[in-house]
Design a binder for this molecule. Structure first.
Ligand SMILES: [Zn+2]
Length: 210
């Protein structure tokens, strides 16, 4: 990928912050939780700094890291979960943006689930690239949570490498959702689609429906 011009970088920053503010307003990343990143080129990414309020996110709240998660500016502290973002970009060169939310539905459903959450019969499944019918089955893997992020990243990488047709996301138990796409627009669509599906599943469970 060619080196991005400064103006391209500004557009990427503004676009990423716009999505973060929308997701923040939906209460998907309260209390400075969640993190958002976009690929700059084959060696680096732009990611939210630690502890920033996503509902007010501005370009100065972002920072550059390499694909091992090492900050370009050592005086800035990246999100605690940078290792997970970096491992996704390393694993798949087609991934251009990664969003991580801490919604109520993803937190509760991942606590109640075994090793995966499945959706079928929902029209919204078609929001996910590669899923063309409500009759397809979408499987979201659930990983046990850990504060050892490099260790969690290793488990994620190993599991995703085995999946033949994975959904563009996964859950971490009692924690939240990761979703990605080829660019910011697709990652946004995937995150919104998966959050909608998780919310449907949780509300159906509360109502005693299946
Ligand atoms: Zn998190």
């Amino acid at each position: 990928m060619h080196q991005l011009e400064k103006s391209d970088l500004q557009l990427l920053s503004q676009s990423l912050c716009g999505v973060a503010r929308v997701f923040g307003a939906r209460q998907w990343c309260l209390a400075t939780s969640g993190n958002f990143s976009v690929r700059i080129d084959k060696n680096s990414l732009l990611i939210t700094q630690s502890g920033k309020d996503k509902s007010e996110l501005a370009p100065d709240d972002l920072m550059r890291c390499d694909l091992d998660g090492t900050p370009a500016d050592a005086t800035l502290r990246p999100s605690a979960e940078t290792a997970l973002h970096a491992c996704l970009y390393r694993r798949d060169a087609a991934i251009g943006a990664v969003f991580h939310t801490h919604s109520v539905s993803s937190t509760l459903l991942s606590r109640a689930a075994g090793t995966s959450v499945e959706f079928s019969g929902y029209e919204m499944q078609k929001a996910l690239a590669g899923f063309e019918s409500h009759e397809n089955r979408v499987t979201l893997t659930v990983f046990d949570n850990s504060q050892d992020l490099p260790e969690l990243a290793k488990r994620v990488q190993a599991r995703l490498a085995k999946a033949s047709c994975p959904a563009p996301g996964f859950l971490i138990r009692g924690h939240g959702l990761y979703a990605w796409g080829k660019d910011i627009a697709e990652a946004r669509r995937h995150t919104e689609g998966l959050e909608f599906l998780l919310s449907c599943l949780w509300q159906a469970r509360l109502a005693g429906l299946q």
